[in-house]
Ligand binder design. Structure first.
Ligand SMILES: *Cc1c(COP(=O)(O)O)cnc(C)c1O
Length: 468
């Protein structure tokens, strides 16, 4: 290919806009995308040809390129992908998958008026939290609960509403950073609280808190160490004893749980994780996410003592951090599934995916292997693998779940030396599919963990379009 600029005689061969618009294909494009979008895109394409490589494509080819541009522009930016990374609650891939009941509840209220802040019994103004508060209380044992934009907002609101211009006592071992920009000391400063560090990084005792709590203390906070684990010579005070100490001093004790699970995971054969109910027995307030283990929509919940929740509800920040009717609809519908715990491992997608036995996933890998191999024939070798899934979102970071999947490696004879570049190209081609497939590159293969693959037909259909 030459890259000389289009010379004057060739320039004359570039078709006029009117001529292109008169072609039959243009009619269909104007119908689908609108005449002004078509015109603007056509001009862009012709500008490109004028300043471009020297060759002038035919009229049909120009309109085909315009159609491709319009299709690409018309595609939604936010769209579904296949998360085969092995991380079930993947923050970058949207965390929890909502149950169809939640999707239906959202659809029902999003295009119609609803009783968001309207009490249908009395006809008076209502509270938006009323739609989920009773359910949250029933499922956690809390006296009261409110919902905000996410758990980071919940923590911020608790700190600001209960301890602005006062001290918050926190164990040095829990001054953690939880993903990206959420660092406990920074959040505390922004909430207007003074951090009172207690104990040491590896060991904090009850007496450290006894010394650290004084007349200026507004709150004692504990943070569930979501995404790390300190091993060895470590100690944290007994939760019940700390709670008793706080009660004696008249200071509320809040616990940031991160992942708020409402059921005992051990009962479903999963690694144990404290439930919100168990946590609330040993503190006054908990904060947790709606879209981690709970398996609902992005939001943050503050649950616990009624007098404290009432103070938090009155904060002007609650208004700034409040959530939309769609969030309440999705959260309420998901919480209702918890009223039927016997069916939860079927009805709640997060729990369903986490509890899939390795045998079933391995059988799926065996079933899919020939179909995937046929689609990638000559371009990749496909082998079945055993792998380990992670729960994700900081929940149970050190525990993994035995899983299975497919490894896609360079084709036989391609030589192992360039596997890194080949994997990057394959991963890019998988991301470019109609429904992108996101795997994990490890060693000399792209690995697809099938724990989270439920739509096999859609997966194979998307794979049909692979260009490698
Ligand atoms: C995840 C997490 C947060 C942040 O929650 P978001 O819902 O992502 O805002 C805060 N604290 C802990 C302990 C967490 O695990």
């Amino acid at each position: 290919m030459t890259s000389a600029p289009v010379d004057p005689p060739a320039r004359r061969r570039i078709p006029a806009v009117e001529r292109l618009l008169a072609r039959p294909e243009a009619g269909g494009l104007a119908e689908a995308h609108g005449r002004s979008a078509l015109l603007a895109t056509l001009r862009l394409e012709l500008d490109g040809i004028r300043g471009g490589s020297g060759t002038v494509p035919g009229e049909a080819a120009i309109l085909e390129a315009v159609a491709a541009r319009l299709r690409a522009e018309g595609r939604a930016s936010l769209r579904p992908v296949f998360n085969l990374t092995g991380t079930v609650l993947h923050t970058n891939l949207g965390r929890a998958l909502l149950p169809p009941e939640a999707a239906a509840a959202v659809a029902a209220v999003m295009t119609r008026a609803c009783n968001l802040e309207f009490d249908l019994d009395s006809g008076a103004r209502g509270e938006r939290d009323d739609h989920v508060e009773a359910l949250l209380c029933r499922l956690t044992g809390a006296e009261a609960a409110i919902v905000v934009n996410n758990n980071a907002a919940a923590v911020f609101l608790v700190l600001n509403a209960l301890a602005m211009r006062r001290e918050v006592a926190v164990s040095r071992g829990e001054l953690v950073e939880i993903g990206g920009s959420f660092r406990v000391p920074d959040v505390m400063a922004r909430a207007g609280c003074r951090l009172r560090e207690v104990g040491t990084t590896n060991r904090t005792h009850l007496r450290d808190f006894a010394d650290g709590i004084g007349p200026r203390t507004g709150l004692v906070m504990r943070v569930h160490p979501s995404n790390y684990e300190v091993r060895g010579f470590t100690a944290q005070p007994d939760a019940a004893e700390l709670h008793a100490l706080c009660r004696e001093r008249g200071v509320p004790l809040a616990l940031d749980l991160g992942s708020g699970n409402l059921v005992d995971f051990a009962a479903y054969g999963l690694p144990a994780e404290p439930t919100v109910r168990a946590a609330l027995a040993r503190c006054d307030l908990v904060t947790f996410s709606g879209d981690k283990l709970l398996g609902a929509v992005q939001c943050g919940v503050v649950a616990g003592r009624a007098d404290l929740v009432a103070r938090i509800r009155k904060s002007p920040l609650k208004r700034a951090l409040r959530v939309d009717k769609m969030t309440y609809a999705a959260l309420e519908a998901t919480l209702r599934l918890y009223l039927h715990p016997e069916r939860l491992a079927e009805t709640l997608p997060t729990l369903r995916l986490l509890t899939r036995p390795q045998g079933a996933i391995a059988a799926q890998a065996a079933r899919l292997e020939p179909a995937v191999a046929a689609r990638l024939a000559g371009r990749a070798t496909v082998t079945r693998i055993a792998c380990a899934s992670q729960i994700g979102s900081g929940a149970l970071p050190v525990e993994t779940l035995p899983s299975a999947g497919l490894a896609l490696a360079p084709p036989e004879g391609a030589g192992g030396r360039r596997a890194g570049g080949w994997c990057r190209r394959l991963a890019g081609a998988l991301r470019a599919l109609p429904v992108p497939i996101i795997g994990r590159t490890e060693g000399d293969a792209v690995r697809l963990d099938l724990r989270t693959l439920e739509d096999e037909a859609g997966f194979l259909e998307s794979l049909d379009a692979l260009a490698l």
